[in-house]
Write a protein that binds this ligand. Structure first.
Ligand SMILES: *Cc1c(COP(=O)(O)O)cnc(C)c1O
Length: 429
């Protein structure tokens, strides 16, 4: 495979952009080799600057759930472009998309649009703090909520220690208000709440984590958090930036039947444009400025082009019958095929799967949290990634990311991926 154009672009990019990329994981550090520079995308395919073609299993890290360049979204954007790119004033489309979000995600009674998932989670935690008058919040090891200072905290020594910043530039002062619990471990949460009585404003989590590879909530875990929050006056925030509009119209909260107080959204919500949102109970959302005291703003928030793309995407997902069944069936076929290959090759690697998300872990342990996810052989994953790429299948370049499927995957793509997967496993073992 010739990737010489990508190689020289990457070399040049490093002169002007830190590490040559505008988001770190794109640099392929976790899997080795040079990142591919993408020229265009269409349907199930990405094309790099050397005109190699790849079947997409990242889909821009989730947003492209209908595949690339979907005509419905493309037309909506082109149409909106004709009326100007930004007004910095309210538009009718913003009401339309907000109303649709509240219909698709019933726990969201009011919603504020922002420009990224990071902004959504930062704002939601600020709001929860303002609403409760408390400073601390609980997050879970291995859950990612964007790059806001207070989220960049790794474990000290287990669940009940204070957080220590895991990036220079995050102050100890910030870190001390972030409490770390263990995913799927209610007891670790109870201990934190007990040790910080009446000081915890919020619990934020990925209801189905996709940022340590895909991990599923165990029976009763989400319900248990809901109960703890009710008892202690804590705001429960589901970070559905990844799972929202993907696992179901109403996201993970619909699938598991647990209702958060606030929800953060991103990725799919912008149809490929930079959009995030946070929303929830009216009484909490009405704490946001200008109606409430908690300040939050954005020059380009609710941008008309971004709203046109997002609205077209959400309308399609809301109205097109069978989209989620289709995604489910694609996921089942693909995961079924991969599992068959594993057993044929006598491999006991762990797989987690839900709907159109799955992860193959190079570990024989059941993956239920960050601790178990870390048992994966990341060097082997790197080889697997390269073996798949060589065969024209583009995976997320990290063991600790979920795959994202799109409706553009047809029978022939699925068969090809299963075949490539089996050959790749044989090659690396
Ligand atoms: C991607 C992601 C974010 C951050 O969103 P950005 O748009 O990259 O800022 C936050 N939370 C979760 C769960 C995510 O997957």
């Amino acid at each position: 495979m010739d990737i010489s154009n990508s190689k020289s672009l990457f070399a040049n990019a490093q002169n002007f952009i830190p590490g040559g990329v505008n988001s770190p994981v794109r640099a392929f550090k976790a899997v080795g080799g040079d990142p591919l520079f993408i020229k265009k995308a269409d349907g199930a395919y990405l094309y790099d600057e050397d005109d190699n073609r790849y079947i997409e299993l990242i889909n821009s890290w989730g947003p492209m759930i209908l595949g690339h360049n979907h005509p419905v979204i493309k037309e909506a954007v082109i149409k909106a472009m004709e009326s100007g790119t930004s007004f910095g004033a309210p538009t009718a489309k913003e009401i339309e998309i907000a109303a649709l979000i509240t219909k698709m995600v019933p726990s969201v009674e009011k919603v504020r649009m922002v420009n990224s998932g990071t902004e959504a989670t930062m704002s939601a935690v600020r709001l929860a703090r303002g609403f409760t008058g408390r400073d601390k919040f609980i997050k879970f090891e291995g859950n990612y909520h964007g790059h806001g200072d207070s989220f960049l905290i790794a474990a000290g020594s287990g669940a009940i220690t204070m957080g220590a910043p895991n990036s220079p530039g995050v102050t100890i002062g910030t870190a001390k208000d972030t409490l770390l619990a263990l995913y799927n471990d209610l007891e670790s949460v109870e201990q934190l709440i007990e040790a910080n009585k009446a000081e915890v404003a919020a619990i934020i989590l990925e209801p189905v984590p996709g940022n340590m590879g895909l991990v599923l909530p165990e029976e009763g875990f989400l319900q248990g958090l809901r109960k703890l929050c009710d008892e202690e006056g804590i705001v429960l925030i589901f970070d559905e930036v990844m799972t929202g509009f993907r696992l179901a119209k109403g996201g993970a909260q619909e699938v598991f039947g647990v209702t958060p107080d606030l929800t953060t959204m991103g990725k799919i919500i912008g149809g490929g444009m930079p959009v995030g949102a946070y929303g929830g109970k009216k009484e909490i959302m009405d704490f946001v400025s200008p109606v409430g005291p908690v300040y939050q703003a954005g020059t380009l928030s609710g941008n008309p082009i971004a709203m046109a793309a997002g609205l077209a995407m959400l309308q399609y997902l809301d109205q097109e019958p069978g989209v989620y069944n289709q995604l489910e069936s694609i996921g089942n076929k693909l995961v079924g095929g991969v599992k068959q290959s594993l057993s044929k090759l006598g491999l006991n690697y762990s797989m987690n799967h839900l709907g159109s998300m799955y992860s193959l872990f190079f570990s024989e342990e059941k993956i239920i949290d960050f601790e178990t996810a870390k048992t994966s052989d990341t060097a082997l994953f790197g080889k697997y990634f390269q073996a798949m790429l060589k065969r024209g299948v583009y995976l997320p370049p990290s063991q600790f990311e979920s795959l994202f499927l799109s409706t553009s995957l047809k029978e022939e793509h699925i068969e090809y991926i299963i075949q490539a997967n089996e050959e790749s496993l044989k090659e690396i073992l």
